[in-house]
Design a protein around this ligand. Structure first.
Ligand code: SAM
Length: 235
């Protein structure tokens, strides 16, 4: 999987994504993550890429042309490597809310381009021209699309074979079958008078699985009634 991030702050996304499990996957050659600085495509000598909005209003907007040139350059590079041109995801609080099934679908792509807005956003005309998907990471407004891009790349990457060394890790976890995951415990067996549930020490795998499923169902019903309804419909 090849991730391409169009941003005004490449150092921010690269620092975050070259750490821990995702950083190791990059080092192992399972992923590439490149950040393209939109400012490099500015048309003026001051390298500014923002301007005031027509019609007035607070804040500045990123201009269309630098975003357009940066995006087309990345797409050209992808085609030159004999891969077909790709989806362009604009991170936006106005987009569809990101969820696990969307991560699974995106993990099947060979390349993904993420466009990070800043300030009040980006001139609408270039969005109409290049964007294929509008995605939000939740109903709140951030200062830029960099953190949302990092969130998406992290969750997509861990679905790529080999990124999680333990294959089972991604197999049953929260959101699988619309259930939240069961609780986990590790050593010591007793911590501040709190004991690990007896069943987990029994070595009886079938009973452990049954207990875990019951825990998953109970906590989904309690914490996420919306998800619990979906679980009931699917069963
Ligand atoms: N004026 C825009 C609006 O009301 O829709 C918000 C702009 S926001 C301050 C600046 C940038 O942050 C956006 O262009 C987008 O890239 C990113 N952003 C902010 N919140 C986001 C969210 N919840 N999900 C994804 N991207 C977000």
């Amino acid at each position: 999987m090849n991730f391409h991030i169009l941003t005004l702050f490449p150092e921010m996304v690269l620092a975050g994504l070259h750490t821990s499990i995702i950083g190791r996957a990059v080092a192992d050659g399972l992923l590439t993550i490149t950040a393209v600085n939109i400012r490099d495509y500015a048309l003026n000598k001051h390298k500014s890429v923002d301007d005031a909005p027509y019609g007035g209003g607070a804040g500045m907007l990123m201009q269309a042309e630098p975003v357009f040139l940066a995006c087309r350059d990345v797409q050209k590079g992808i085609r030159a490597n004999k891969r077909k041109s790709t989806r362009v995801i604009y991170l936006s609080p106005q987009g569809k809310t990101f969820h696990q099934a969307m991560a699974e679908e995106l993990a099947l792509e060979s390349d993904l381009i993420f466009l990070c807005g800043h300030y009040e956003g980006i001139d609408e005309r270039v969005l109409e021209e290049v964007v294929t998907d509008y995605v939000s990471i939740g109903d709140y407004v951030l200062t830029g699309g960099e953190l949302p891009a990092m969130v998406m790349i992290d969750s997509i990457s861990r679905l790529i074979p080999g990124v999680l060394h333990n294959k089972a890790s991604a197999e049953f976890e929260t959101f699988q079958d619309n259930l939240l995951e069961y609780p986990h415990y590790t050593r010591p067996e007793v911590w501040r008078d709190k004991k690990v549930p007896e069943i987990l020490l029994s070595g009886h795998h079938a009973n452990i699985e049954k207990w875990r499923l019951a825990q998953s169902i109970a906590r989904t019903k309690e914490n996420r009634p919306d998800l619990y309804e979906k679980y009931l419909q699917g069963n």
